[in-house]
Write a protein that binds this ligand. Structure first.
Ligand code: 5AD
Ligand code: SF4
Length: 438
């Protein structure tokens, strides 16, 4: 989400006549886009700001801004205590950046952290300078009304609002014209998307018809209202990836209740069973929190057993990090000792690595359609891409290029990647043997 937001800010700045520099040392303005989701995300930002402080010592004219989720919470500290930051801009106020920058020309400070009920930046075409030119994010909604008890997002990003479908489709058409091959639709809670009559399924349907050679993913849905019609659409549309990120957070009813996740373990597992039934070969990933308030050993074991039962292909696993303003902060105690949290997180991660290793070994001999994202980090002689099921696949470079679709056969695997033998360059339509009728 922050990558997508930075691209919106990029566009606003370019529109205002600015250009990007090659390095921080030569910049007149440095903006740091921040995340508040966990303590260590904020720690990273503080460290970055310390680095920038040394630049400010050698360049008196340097203007520094903090953007995004940390803005509201720490605006006083940032400006007064740190004496480092000149502007502070919340996630709904990016259009105001040029005005704020003009205001601080004479050494004053400027702040806009107002949240909005409407802002979706629908009319701003993001300028994509950081991506790989092959895959891209498109933001479809902002904010979140779910109020999970551990989560600060509803407070930092405000109320849920959807971007008009037409502007989303226009952006995807533009990406298509620019040669992009993969689009991930983004929102804090994508299946709450509503634009008048259009549901998230209607949006996916319309998006996937724009160009049958563009693959679509989305992140993240909520298990509480995952629509059946979307599962059927994914099953029948070749360019909707057979991959769903579906955050569970925990595996016991008691913990889910404390987390204010409105589903039971059984309902979640029923949803997973249905997903696997409707979409053969489906790949799944999840988010898990270890050591949330009051977590017992039994509850931890239930999280472990849920993960074992589902057999996720990928998981994002976190130790609980208390966030001010959340319900958990106000009502519960962050009472699982740090070393217990760490131990449980390690157990969860180790088990997940083992599951991934086993699942990936079973891939040996399978064929996949891989979209090439670039050369492998390890070797120029190898290409790296992802399968429809979101697995990272490495194979010999030959004369393949970024943005090619390549059919491969898996020859080896680890818990994180698949190694493969390239068979042929192809297209999505050719590979799946059917065109999508618009
Ligand atoms: N502590 C740890 N993890 C958190 N997440 C959200 N809030 C917290 C927190 N306070 C995780 C959830 C969410 C993901 C984006 O971040 O698992 O799905
Ligand atoms: Fe946070 Fe829950 Fe909203 Fe996700 S659904 S952003 S975890 S409040």
């Amino acid at each position: 989400m922050n990558f997508a937001d930075s691209e919106i800010v990029n566009s606003i700045l370019i529109e205002d006549g600015m250009t990007a520099t090659e390095s921080a040392e030569t910049a007149d303005v440095i903006l740091v886009n921040t995340c508040s989701i966990r303590e260590n995300a904020e720690t990273k930002v503080w460290n970055r700001l310390k680095e920038i402080r040394s630049l400010k010592k050698t360049n008196n004219d340097l203007t520094v801004g903090v953007l995004g989720c940390m803005a509201e919470r720490i605006k006083d500290r940032i400006i007064e205590e740190e004496q480092l930051v000149d502007i502070v801009v919340g996630p709904d106020a990016y259009r105001d950046i040029p005005r704020l920058l003009a205001e601080v020309d004479d050494g004053r400070k400027a702040v806009n952290v107002l949240l909005s009920l409407e802002e979706t930046y629908a009319d701003i075409a993001p300028v994509r300078t950081t991506g790989n030119g092959v895959s891209s994010f498109v933001s479809i909604m902002r904010g979140c009304d779910n109020m999970c008890s551990f989560c600060v997002v509803p407070f930092t990003r405000g109320r849920e609002r959807s971007r008009p479908m037409e502007s989303i489709l226009k952006e995807i058409q533009q990406l298509s014209d620019e040669g992009y091959k993969e689009v991930t639709l983004l929102g804090q809670n994508v299946n709450s998307y509503k634009d008048g009559e259009n549901t998230f399924t209607a949006l996916m349907d319309a998006a996937s018809l724009i160009n049958p050679e563009i693959r679509f993913r989305f992140s993240s849905p909520h298990p509480k209202d995952f629509p059946d019609d979307l599962l059927h659409l994914i099953a029948e549309r070749p360019n909707l990836c057979n991959y769903i990120h579906i955050p569970a957070q925990a595996g016991s009813d008691s913990m889910l209740e404390r987390m204010r996740r409105p589903y039971t373990r059984e309902q979640y597992l029923d949803l997973i069973t249905k997903m696997k039934r409707i979409i053969p070969g489906l790949s799944l990933s999840t988010d898990i929190i270890a050591g949330f308030c009051g977590e017992t050993e039994e509850e931890h074991q239930q999280t472990m057993s849920l993960m074992k039962e589902v057999e996720y292909d990928l998981a994002y696993m976190f130790a609980y990090s208390e966030r001010e303003r959340t319900l958990a902060y106000r009502k519960f105690e962050d009472d699982v000792p740090e070393e217990v949290k760490k131990r449980r997180l390690t157990e969860i991660i180790n088990q997940q690595m083992e599951i991934q290793k086993q699942r990936n070994v079973k891939e040996i001999g399978n064929r996949h359609l891989v979209l090439v994202e670039g050369t492998s980090k390890r070797s120029d002689e190898q290409m790296s891409g992802r399968s429809d099921t979101n697995k990272i696949v490495i194979f010999d470079r030959m004369d393949f290029e970024k943005g090619d679709y390549v059919e491969v056969e898996v020859t080896d695997s680890t818990s994180a990647t698949l190694k493969a033998k390239p068979i042929r360059k192809t297209t999505l339509v050719e590979y799946y043997g059917m065109a999508v009728e618009a």
